[in-house]
Design a protein around this ligand. Structure first.
Ligand SMILES: [Zn+2]
Length: 130
């Protein structure tokens, strides 16, 4: 990857990180509203659930973006973490925080190998259990 490409992806990642960090500050918007109307309550509960799911997704994405910026700092960015092939620019254009080439990503999605993601998750479970 040349410097121009590197700078381009870095800019994309930093913009995404800023966008996501800003969005996550809206967590306070999820308030529990009391309403006398049962139907409204069901609707509000649904909206809250949706908002929480979105936050989860954004927090997850933010972790991926930060991971990519870390790999930029240590020089491993743009290389598949599983097979160590270069990740195609076309894939990085669409998903600049990608850590696997498309083939390995598909294998990871089918859980054909232990991805670092799932160990991250179990670390969190361990933390929560402690
Ligand atoms: Zn790969």
């Amino acid at each position: 990857m040349n410097q121009t490409e590197f700078d381009k992806y870095k800019q994309m990642l930093e913009a995404k990180q800023a966008e996501l960090s800003g969005g996550l500050r809206n967590r306070d918007d999820i308030v529990i509203e009391k309403t006398p109307d049962a139907l409204d309550e069901v609707q509000l509960a649904g909206e809250r659930e949706l908002a929480i799911r979105n936050l989860d997704r954004e927090a997850n994405l933010l972790r991926h973006v930060r991971g990519a910026l870390r790999r930029m700092a240590d020089g491993s960015y743009g290389v598949c973490l599983h097979c160590e092939e270069d990740i195609k620019p076309k894939r990085l254009d669409a998903v600049p925080w990608a850590k696997y080439c498309i083939r390995c990503q598909e294998a990871a999605d089918r859980q054909e190998f232990e991805s670092p993601d799932s160990s991250e998750r179990s670390d969190e479970l361990l933390l929560n259990a402690a």
